[in-house]
Design a protein around this ligand. Structure first.
Ligand code: SF4
Length: 118
């Protein structure tokens, strides 16, 4: 994968700046480039898999909403051996630094990690 150029990084920051993303028709104005150049920038960001594009109609005109792509969470990060992290089903008032359940789980995680390295 090729590195992003300065303008592509600016575009990515503009897209990241809003949780709802940004319309492509607004992005080229924000970047102060024409729509053709913006299309090339968006194409590169799509190829880098850092953003996704959703078709959108504004006043009957087709454009795209660009949003930052979020990857799926690896379920392995939630497991210590066979034990699921306790926070998933927890309804306690959370004081993470003092939680005995999380401490036990982290202990299990350390044991599972040590076992995997042998
Ligand atoms: S850290 Fe403890 S109290 Fe907080 S959500 Fe996880 S299990 Fe619950």
């Amino acid at each position: 994968m090729t590195e992003l150029t300065e303008i592509e990084i600016r575009a990515l920051k503009a897209i990241k700046s809003s949780p709802d993303g940004i319309l492509q028709s607004e992005l080229w104005k924000e970047l102060d480039v024409d729509s053709r150049k913006c299309s090339r920038i968006v194409k590169k960001l799509l190829e880098s898999e850092s953003v996704e594009r959703i078709e959108y109609r504004q006043d009957g005109i087709k454009t795209y909403r660009l949003i930052v792509r979020k990857g799926p969470i690896d379920p392995g990060f939630l497991m210590a051996g066979d034990e699921l992290i306790p926070c998933v089903a927890c309804e306690l008032e959370c004081v993470i630094e003092e939680c005995p359940f999380l401490l036990d789980w982290m202990y299990q995680l350390a044991i599972a990690d040590a076992g995997g390295k042998e």
